[in-house]
Design a protein around this ligand. Structure first.
Ligand code: NCD
Length: 311
């Protein structure tokens, strides 16, 4: 495996399966009485978050701590970053503090790659979401969750039908998921209004549909995406009601899902907009499991990137 995790594009299919299999091993150990592993004792992992985050930051922190690493949380608000310090100076500071890995979330697509490329830092760089580009650890935890439910926790996802629904345009989760699901052999359909599909979408290896009801009876999983209002400077749909009527996972749509098909959402959810409360809390919703699996998969990522290197 590569030293960094910047994008799904950099992973081979066997790298991806190795991460999922390692996470499965870790899950088995975590089910036992001892939750904490000594693997990364003495190593320092920095969470560098330039954008707001709850679950991703906490998830990486929990993952690092369960591997016995020391964790430094560094958020842009209240630090010199808000005084305009450059990414370079921040990286040099982290390097001077002996960071073995930096988990970075940034509003600009490509910021993690920049950190990794410029050799400002010796350690591993892990992309925890950059602009509208990628969010590789989210895609890995989503495939891990799908594999557990639909493939008995082993192998790839060949033949599985996944619909990714909603604000594809602003979603790094959708991008990483398309790349990973295709790598693992799944069939992906994107469902969204025209206005929320990115330019050049016809080049993506996916089916496109504007009709959720048409796609729904054929899915093994629906991945609902948050409507990312904070990235919207113009009007992308007439009203929230219209949006929910066309693209929301309502109670009625939930009832029409095939038996055994699962509901997913990366969080945070806009309940009542892209997903109804009934769907979010349904028996076939795996949204809470995605959060639990996030810690396990991030432990696997940290273990594989850092575990092999000596302190
Ligand atoms: C996603 C993100 O930040 O890209 N959330 C997450 O990491 N759990 C999706 C989103 O914000 O809608």
């Amino acid at each position: 495996m590569n030293k960094h995790l910047l994008s799904i594009e950099d992973l081979s299919k066997s790298d991806a399966i190795q991460i999922l299999d390692t996470a499965e091993e870790i899950a088995r150990i975590s089910d036992g009485p001892v939750k904490k592993l000594p693997t990364l004792r003495g190593r320092t992992i920095v969470n560098l978050f330039f954008e707001d985050s709850t679950r991703t930051r906490i998830s990486f922190e929990a993952a690092a701590k369960r591997l016995s690493a020391d964790v430094i949380n560094f958020s842009a608000k209240g630090s010199s970053l808000s005084k305009g310090e450059s990414l370079k100076d921040t990286a040099l500071t982290l390097q001077a503090m002996g960071a073995d890995a930096v988990v970075i979330r940034h509003g600009s697509s490509g910021a993690p790659a920049r950190l990794a490329d410029q050799s400002w830092m010796k350690g591993s760089v892990i992309n925890a979401g950059d602009g509208t580009h990628e969010h590789p650890s989210q895609a890995l935890l989503d495939s891990f969750t799908l594999r557990r439910h639909l493939r008995d926790s082993a192998g790839d996802l060949s033949g599985i039908k996944v619909a990714i629904v909603g604000d594809i345009l602003h979603s790094r989760v959708a991008r990483s998921n398309v790349l990973l699901l295709k790598k693992l052999g799944a069939e992906v359909t994107l469902v969204a209004p025209h206005t929320l599909l990115p330019f050049g979408i016809d080049q993506w290896p996916v089916n496109i549909s504007y009709d959720f009801d048409d796609v729904l009876p054929h899915v093994d999983a629906v991945m609902m995406l948050r409507v990312q209002r904070e990235r919207m400077s113009e009007l992308f749909f007439p009203s929230e009601r219209e949006y929910s009527r066309g693209f929301g996972l309502t109670k009625e749509r939930l009832d029409r899902m095939p038996k055994g098909a699962v509901v997913m959402h990366p969080g945070p959810m806009n309940r009542g907009l892209e997903i109804s409360a009934e769907a979010a809390d349904a028996v076939n919703s795996v949204i809470v499991e995605q959060v639990t699996n996030g810690v396990t998969v991030r432990m696997a990522i940290l273990y594989l990137l850092l575990g092999g290197m000596s302190a």
